[in-house]
Design a protein around this ligand. Structure first.
Ligand code: NAI
Ligand code: COI
Ligand code: MG
Length: 360
């Protein structure tokens, strides 16, 4: 099986965390004889600086030719003042949409070693294992029209549009139900159907899709309540399916239940499980260049890539086991640090995971 992987380190801490993920991937490649071939390109601010566009046509073509894409993160204050259409984040949105990566899987799993780092009490989060299924190529981040203008009165005015079609909701709902079917058989669809027309359609279509999944218990929750329930009693959730904006916000929130946003990997999949894999966090400009970012979310994204795009279950499991072993060794980056543990930097953490993987 061909395993051509396009690596896009991106901006800020992106290159730092990616170096560690590639270290682990290369080790897995040798150990499990995966035949992975890596190539590199730029996305986001780095691409704007190099190509004048946050996603160059040639990069998009390379992404289309690749079997999977591994991404760090994009964005940063350096590009805050440029034409909004050329912002680094627009490159990320464009690659997701052009490759039709509509199914974003964001697992929030608490490693038991990190119970102390969670923002919630250990008894509330122990055994936490939630999968957030976020719709990734529709909704308010893409809706047209969107505009900023100055009204005749001189007042500044702006608006966005939140569109969803039946087929867009249907395909992500299926991802949610299929995921629930192989997990705890519980799916919670999160929307704002008490006020938003797009959410009313969302709820209706999710109900219809649910008829094909009588074995999955479906519930609905408004997003404001879901945000509250996530920090009140997060273990009531198994699989959560939601739209692009709500999923973006709820997954960052869920990350803190696992100790840190630096622990949350993700897979963004098309209809054939071709995917882009990236940590859920951003480019963290506040810590970029310091060598202190947590690389585990990106390393765990490598594991998701091997599992979802290449069915290399043994290698994927081994990477997760190596991460767990390193946490057993009480090595911690600052974001997951707790008493009695040893503080390490990004590269030390990557080295430790690679060493643990090698010795498995
Ligand atoms: N997928 C992507 O490429 C994303 C890009 N962004 C972009 O990233 C830039 C910064 O956005 P923020 O809102 O600050 O979100 P962020 O996720 O980059 O950072 C939020 C906070 O979490 C911390 N953090 C994030 N990742 C970490 C890691 N691996 N280890 C330790 N601490 C970590 C940061 O230091 C910061 O305090 C913006 O330009 C934003 O648009 C934001 C989210 C996702
Ligand atoms: C450009 C943003 C939508 C990226 C982001 O925050 C995310 O995908 O989590
Ligand atoms: Mg986000």
């Amino acid at each position: 099986m061909s395993m051509k992987i396009l690596v896009l380190p991106g901006d800020g801490i992106g290159p730092e965390i990616m170096a560690e993920a590639v270290k682990v991937l290369e080790l897995a490649n040798d150990k499990f004889d995966l035949g992975a071939e890596l190539s590199y390109d730029d996305l986001g601010g780095a691409a704007y600086d190099r190509y004048g566009s946050p996603l160059a046509d040639e990069t998009l073509e390379r992404a289309r030719q690749a079997d999977a894409i591994l991404l760090g993160a994009v964005g940063g204050p350096k590009w805050d003042a440029i034409d909004p259409a050329l912002r680094p984040e627009r490159g990320l949105l464009k690659i997701r949409s052009q490759l039709e990566l509509f199914g974003n899987l964001r697992p929030a799993i608490l490693y038991p070693q990190l119970a102390e780092a969670s923002t919630l009490k250990p008894e509330v989060v122990s055994g936490l294992d939630i999968l957030i299924v976020r719709e990734l190529t529709g909704g308010i981040y893409f809706g047209q029209p969107r505009e900023r203008k100055v009204l005749e009165s001189g007042e500044r005015f702006a608006f966005d549009t939140l569109p969803y079609s039946e087929s867009e909701v249907r395909r992500i709902a299926k991802v949610g139900f299929d995921s629930a079917r192989v997990r705890g058989k519980k799916l919670c669809s999160v929307d704002k159907a008490n006020v938003l027309a797009s959410s009313q359609l969302w709820r209706e279509v999710v109900e219809e899709v649910g008829k094909d999944y009588p074995d999955v218990e479906l519930s609905h929750m408004y997003v404001d309540n879901a945000a509250m329930q996530l920090v009140r009693a997060p273990k009531q959730f198994d699989v959560v399916v939601t739209d692009n904006l709500f999923g973006d916000i709820l997954s960052d929130q869920a990350s803190m239940l696992t100790g840190s946003i630096g622990m949350l990997p993700s897979a963004s999949l098309d209809a054939n499980n071709k995917g882009m894999y990236e940590p859920c966090h951003g480019s963290a400009p506040d810590i970029a260049g310091k060598g202190i970012a947590n690389p585990l979310a990106t390393i765990l994204s490598v594991s998701m890539m091997l599992r979802y795009s290449f069915n290399q279950v043994e290698a994927a499991d081994a990477i997760e086991q190596a991460v767990s072993l390193v946490l057993d060794q009480k090595l911690r980056t600052g974001d997951i640090m707790s008493e009695g543990c040893q503080l390490v930097g990004t590269a030390q953490m990557g080295d430790a995971v690679a060493a643990a993987l090698k010795n498995l």
